[in-house]
Design a protein around this ligand. Sequence first.
Ligand code: FAD
Length: 319
Amino acid sequence: MAEVLVYVDHADGAVRKPTLELLTLARRIGEPVAVHLGAGADTAAVTLAEHGAVKVLAADAPEFTEYLVAPKVDALQAAYEAVSPAAVLLPSSAEGKEIGARLAVRIGSGIITDAVDLEAGDEGPVATQSVFAASFTTKSRVTTGTPVITVKPNSAAPEAAPAAGTVEQLDVTVADSSKGTKIVSRTPRESTGRPELTEAAIVVSGGRGVNGAENFPVIEALADSLGAAVGASRAAVDAGWYPHTNQVGQTGKSVSPQLYIAAGISGAIQHRAGMQTSKTIVAINKDAEAPIFELVDYGVVGDLFHVVPALTEEVKIRK
Ligand code: FAD
């Protein structure tokens, strides 16, 4: 069976959920071979094996943390040359897309980014993308070289599929040309304790209807009761009520959670672009004519300052 390379997104060996989703999708095409760069490969291999990785190619080098992505591209290219895979899958994070694009150029392959589904086809993997602010769904196939495909978080549910997950060392020579951009400092963001916006299974977002930074705790309280991430519309971000890192939409982040709750958001096309692929959409808006109601699964016409706290209390009671 053909092997499929899966780039592992992790924090010191703690494998992030989008990688487990990639392993699930990779098994539709062939046998997943995980590529783990940096510290913690042995710890990560346990989780990777539980989710179907037949092999884990591991490399650790100071260059992976000292420089921007180019040394990781060297490593992924080495894995590609060692395995000759049927496809290379990466998460659709900023890093995943940059590594994927650079690898595709180096190996002369086509790339598909931001896939939301993946299936085996007669002539290679077929990727589904949601385009033009999610107005259309397209299916595409790479016709040149080995397909390199980045997949959006929450595109598949991670499935347990025990496999060997044998760790093999990968020989990597980091080229001098890959050391062109050195990281000079890192400032960790203050942790909110909430999940990362693009990876969260549930997102609760507030818009202009929240009417001030001082009211965002209403949105945060509902998010915390559900274990959700907090999002915001551009109107709320531009007003300085919430950080840009939490903006959902065309010029913010694109999310596909199981559940998206929009409170005080009208549903402009640029906002939809970042959330329309969510599995279940709920809107709370006091205007029954708000365009957001065109795309929701459940809509509540009402004042968010009544509805959201009531919902938070109900969630707490049922927990
Ligand atoms: P509004 O459109 O003002 O809607 C507020 C809603 O809150 C209304 O529907 C109102 O009925 C409701 N409301 C008010 N008070 C309450 C209450 N008490 N209870 C319940 N409901 C209430 N937007 C994004 O979100 N993300 C982007 O990435 C983005 N990128 C853009 C890129 C470009 C190039 C452009 C031109 C625009 C972009 N926008 C983006 C902006 C977008 O067009 C909208 O202006 C924006 O999404 C509106 O945000 P909003 O829904 O919060 O505000």
